[in-house]
Design a protein around this ligand. Structure first.
Ligand SMILES: [Zn+2]
Ligand SMILES: [Zn+2]
Length: 143
């Protein structure tokens, strides 16, 4: 007895070697085709997953960049988003905001982290991390 596969149209022996059992009979497509269908399904899901993840990350990046349009907390200057950082003034850092955005972390956790930070221009940020906040405040008084 043979059975024609509903996908590849091959005529195969109607046995459990070629078709998965289904109820009292056999599946509609052969085992080989089942494997291929599964793989295609998996690949497609994977693509969707990656695309969704990228879209989420882009949206998050845009959200964060909007917040970066405010002036620097220390020197009060405004710069393009690329020059603005989130600085953890207190020692309560769970992660760098920039890294979290890059990783595509959840919006909630990124926003929570941002709330702990001061928006800092890259110049002030560099001075703070190199010389400390007191040095920066002294420096800003002089310029
Ligand atoms: Zn087949
Ligand atoms: Zn600044």
């Amino acid at each position: 007895m043979t059975k024609t596969c509903g996908r590849c149209r091959k005529e195969l022996p109607r046995t459990a070697e070629f078709f998965h059992r289904k109820g009292n009979g056999f599946a509609h497509i052969c085992k080989e085709c089942r494997k291929i269908v599964h793989r295609e399904h998996y690949e497609k899901n994977k693509e969707d997953y990656i695309r969704n993840k990228n879209e989420r990350r882009d949206a998050l990046k845009e959200e964060v960049n909007k917040l970066k349009s405010d002036p620097c907390h220390y020197c009060n200057n405004s710069y393009p988003a690329a020059c603005m950082d989130f600085h953890h003034e207190d020692d309560n850092k769970e992660g760098s905001v920039a890294d979290m955005v890059k990783r595509g972390s959840g919006t909630d956790s990124v926003m929570r982290e941002i709330l702990k930070c001061k928006l800092t221009c890259c110049l002030c940020h560099r001075i703070i991390t190199s010389y400390g906040k007191d040095f920066l405040e002294e420096y800003l008084k002089r310029v």
